[in-house]
Design a binder for this molecule. Structure first.
Ligand code: CO
Length: 301
């Protein structure tokens, strides 16, 4: 294994805004917390949506997401706990389970279902929508199931994280790269970074980020600090794009009862028009009308 590259951040970004999210339901009544809502699409370009599902009541998730179409973007589903079966109109099928990621590029379109494969217990995860550049919106659909063991990751040595003899920060690199470790997925146009971080009490983690990339963190266990700002459980913090900033530094209070777990997501904005109608995200209204027509006439297969 190649040695980890140290990450030095001299001018860390600060928090612009804490987002509480909107409780909602989607699919066949799955209860969700929508953290990245429609009104944040321009601000967080190239990201279009982020939903968090987290429940130990099967009534909240059991009906799942029956057949529905997508066109023009990518969906990244990260299953923290539970199992979800997906099938699509091109004949692909896969099972997403604990710690696994499904990366789907809808491109010109497909119809798929996402259905829980469990009738009891906890189900927890995230679905992120990542836009495609205009030139790629009608590409051939593609998807990949990445099992938990195939997600690249590393643990920072205790001394590197400046927190004495506590175990180090664990990093799972779903997309992009961190400390020289390349993630499971790379994308040219949007250059997404998608990290799942586990910070033991007292730990600290730095990640360089280009100042023009839009970035946010989502806390799903305990809480973390970004500079002087505390980010609580199930909140999203949007990071300022301060000119000349060179990254982010996250820290976990030494008084936490358990390790904090946080998603750090960043990407290069596309600066292209965003036109959305439900599960279709294109650049113009005409393209949306075409998508609806193609769906209604069975051409999204
Ligand atoms: Co879907």
């Amino acid at each position: 294994m190649t040695p980890l590259q140290p990450a030095t951040v001299h001018r860390p970004r600060t928090v612009e805004r804490i987002v509480h999210g909107q409780p909602t339901s989607d699919g066949a009544g799955v209860k969700l917390l929508r953290l990245l809502t429609h009104d944040l699409q321009q601000r967080l370009d190239p990201f279009l949506m982020l939903d968090n599902f987290a429940s130990d009541d099967p009534d909240d998730y059991i009906a799942g997401f029956p057949d529905h179409p997508h066109r023009g973007f990518e969906t990244v589903t990260y299953m923290i706990t539970g199992r979800m079966r997906h099938r699509d109109s091109a004949g692909h099928e896969g099972l997403l389970q604990n710690g696994g990621v499904q990366w789907m590029t809808a491109g010109r379109g497909l119809v798929h279902s996402e259905l829980p494969e469990q009738e009891e217990g906890a189900m927890e995860g995230f679905q992120l929508w990542l836009n495609l550049p205009a030139k790629d919106k009608m590409c051939t659909p593609w998807y990949r199931d990445i099992q938990s063991g195939d997600i690249p990751g590393f643990t920072l040595a205790a001394d590197a994280a400046h927190h004495g003899d506590r175990p180090g920060v664990q990093v799972r690199v779903i997309a992009g790269s961190s400390h020289g470790v390349h993630g499971a997925v790379q994308r040219d146009g949007t250059a997404p970074l998608y990290l799942d971080l586990t910070l033991p009490p007292g730990a600290r983690f730095s990640q360089p980020l280009p100042d023009g990339h839009n970035a946010f963190v989502v806390v799903y266990r305990e809480s973390v600090n970004v500079g002087d700002t505390a980010v609580a459980h199930r909140k999203m913090a949007i990071l300022r794009n301060d000119a000349g900033s060179d990254g982010i530094t996250l820290s976990a209070s030494a008084t936490l009862a358990a390790p904090a777990r946080v998603l750090l997501i960043a990407g290069q904005p596309l600066h292209e028009p965003i036109a959305q109608y439900g599960p279709f995200v294109m650049n113009t209204r005409e393209q949306l009308m075409q998508a609806v027509d193609d769906f209604q006439n069975g051409r999204l297969v």
